[in-house]
Design a protein around this ligand. Structure first.
Ligand code: ADP
Length: 159
């Protein structure tokens, strides 16, 4: 498929599950724009700058991926980047309700833009940024869930 797809999210931090979704999309679309959200109501553990840097490390070497941070409304950023497709990941039924709500509201805000969902490999379906942060904060080993650069950043933040 041609064109670009934009993958928005908090990525606090980026996990192997997110990376799996990006890689899958990179085989379908010409370009995947990973858009790390800055100013949301969510209080983030890492700053926008840190989250962008970790995503860049985790996706280093993937030719058709661009990582950027954005502030403000997703709809405004989507228009600014002139993309027609938004990417989101679905891990389990529990993700569905929120994702469905978000996609429908975005469809009203941006009638010309569609949301596409991809599912990760089964081994990544249980990974969440929230649990990764909690395990890391308690000194647990998160190397099976995140890129080594993210693991390092989590360790540094804990200190
Ligand atoms: P947000 O705060 O926007 O939900 P997240 O960084 O938590 O941002 O997630 C971004 C997207 O990636 C969401 O669609 C989420 O469902 C998806 N996602 C999160 N973890 C995984 C995973 N392990 N596998 C596949 N998709 C995931």
């Amino acid at each position: 498929m041609s064109g670009a797809i934009l993958y928005p999210g908090t990525f606090d931090p980026i996990t192997n599950g997110h990376v799996d979704i990006v890689l899958r999309a990179s085989h379908i679309f010409e370009k995947v724009i990973v858009a790390v959200a800055g100013g949301t109501s969510k209080q983030t553990y890492f700053s926008l700058k840190e989250r962008v840097a970790m995503a860049k490390s985790a996706l280093k070497g993937v030719a058709n991926v661009e990582i950027c941070g954005f502030n403000g409304l997703l709809a405004d950023y989507v228009h600014q980047r002139k993309v027609r497709v938004i990417l989101r990941g679905l891990r389990a039924v529990s993700d569905f309700e929120y994702e469905f709500q978000l996609a429908t509201m975005n469809q009203i805000l941006m009638p010309e833009v569609d949301t596409m969902f991809l599912t990760p490999a089964e081994k990544y379906t249980f990974i969440s940024s929230t649990l990764v942060r909690e395990i890391a904060l308690l000194g647990g080993d998160v190397s099976a869930f995140v890129h080594p650069a993210v693991e390092k950043a989590l360790k540094a933040k804990r200190r």
